[in-house]
Design a protein around this ligand. Structure first.
Ligand code: FAD
Length: 114
């Protein structure tokens, strides 16, 4: 790797890092440009690492794959008002776009009523 050149160096192979790498490579492919990405991971070889390894991928969506507004109220309640409301508002806007991306990439969603 020493001396090699990359378009992107991603630190961490969790969801954030993996999707960042995928996104860059998809953009390069769409633009018919070569793209070289390296993902650097400090975890054990051959094992999934970080929080992404443990998630049950419970996404708290409504039936239309929007972030359930009750989730924001829940955050308010469990954090006793200490959570970042701007962050939640941003998530509310970004979740439908993210869900569209995941569905386009073949991710299957199971809706459970709880
Ligand atoms: C038990 C559990 C249950 C969860 N359940 C849910 C759920 O139901 N629904 C939900 O939406 N979210 C859930 N989450 C949260 C979700 O898993 C995380 O928000 C998400 O996985 C974070 O992804 P990430 O890529 O940002 O971080 P991570 O997956 O933690 O990835 C970071 C990576 O960076 C690596 N790294 C760190 N430092 C370095 C370094 N210096 N050099 C190289 N590599 C480094 C780490 O080893 C790791 O692999 C859960 C989390 C846990 C722990």
């Amino acid at each position: 790797m020493s001396g090699d050149k990359y378009d992107l160096i991603v630190v961490g192979s969790g969801f954030a890092g993996s999707v960042t790498a995928l996104s860059l490579l998809e953009t390069c492919k769409a633009q018919k440009k070569p793209g070289r990405v390296v993902i650097v991971e400090s975890g054990k070889d051959g094992e999934r690492c970080g929080a992404s390894r443990w998630t049950s991928a419970y996404l708290r969506l409504d039936k239309d794959n929007n972030l359930d507004p009750a989730r924001i109220d829940e955050m308010d309640r469990v954090s006793q008002g200490l959570h970042n409301r701007d962050y939640c508002a941003k998530m509310y806007v970004e979740v439908p776009k993210t869900m569209a991306y995941l569905l386009e990439h073949g991710v299957k969603i199971n809706h459970h009523v709880s």
